[in-house]
Write a protein that binds this ligand. Structure first.
Ligand code: AMP
Length: 218
């Protein structure tokens, strides 16, 4: 499994973050989430965070040049040598081309792109019920994955929040953005024969089993 480079592709609410965390634990692969990095930049009040905030809050994509530079910095760090799971990147064809160029330069191609094919009803239900820990990034769902104590993170005890971009109007905008700008990546990676689809509508455990099976056959 060493050196496995995986991209998780799919609409918001498909379960990419949840499953990236599980795969990271079970397979010992580094999890890189551009959404998590951007949110921590906002919290830390950095220049990048300030520039990214209004895009994120309104459900739009942060401009390619900012995100590509951010991911380039991340992929230059030594801990990526053992492989990684990219969660939320690439999100545009421009980003995918930039990633391809970076990985070609280091002679470390992608192993697989896992597409979480997920229906709209499931997405809206998951995002509207999602609650997040602002401190450690753990996600919950008011019905599907409730914390032990309502409103409190099991892991670090912080008060859970609803992400601003999980409000209904912003969910609609994010889905529109996904269809217009990110869905073309399905064709992009099909052409490169690196794409495999999994059923994103499945509950956590069966999808976890499906993902583990996919990774076993690589
Ligand atoms: P996520 O946590 O992956 O749903 O990302 C939350 C928000 O961060 C997205 O709606 C975008 O505004 C921004 N974002 C995350 N990853 C990217 C990316 N690869 N390109 C552009 N914007 C991104």
């Amino acid at each position: 499994m060493t050196g496995l480079r995986i991209v998780l592709l799919g609409p918001p609410g498909a379960g990419k973050g949840t499953h990236a965390k599980v795969l990271s634990r079970t397979h010992g692969i580094l999890h890189i989430s551009t959404g998590d990095i951007l949110r921590s930049q906002i919290q830390a009040g950095t220049e990048l965070g300030k520039r990214a905030k209004s895009f994120i809050d309104s459900g739009k994509l942060v401009p390619d040049d900012l995100v590509v530079e951010m991911i380039q910095d991340r992929l230059n760090r030594p801990d990526v040598q053992k492989g990684f799971i990219l969660d939320g990147f690439p999100r545009t064809v421009e980003q995918a081309k930039a990633l391809e160029a970076m990985l070609e330069a280091s002679k470390t191609p992608l192993g697989v792109v896992l597409e979480f094919a997920t229906s709209e009803a499931v997405i809206v239900n998951r995002l509207s019920g999602r609650r997040a820990c602002p401190k450690c990034g753990t996600n919950y769902h008011i019905r599907n994955i409730p914390p032990k104590q309502e409103g409190i993170c099991d892991l670090c005890g912080s008060a859970l929040i609803q992400r601003k971009d999980d409000k209904p109007e912003t969910i609609r905008e994010r889905l529109k953005v996904y269809h217009e700008q990110t869905a073309p990546l399905i064709k992009f990676y099909k052409k490169r024969k690196t794409l495999r689809a999994v059923n994103g509508d499945l509950e956590i455990e069966p999808l976890q089993a499906e993902l583990a099976k996919q990774l076993q056959t690589l």
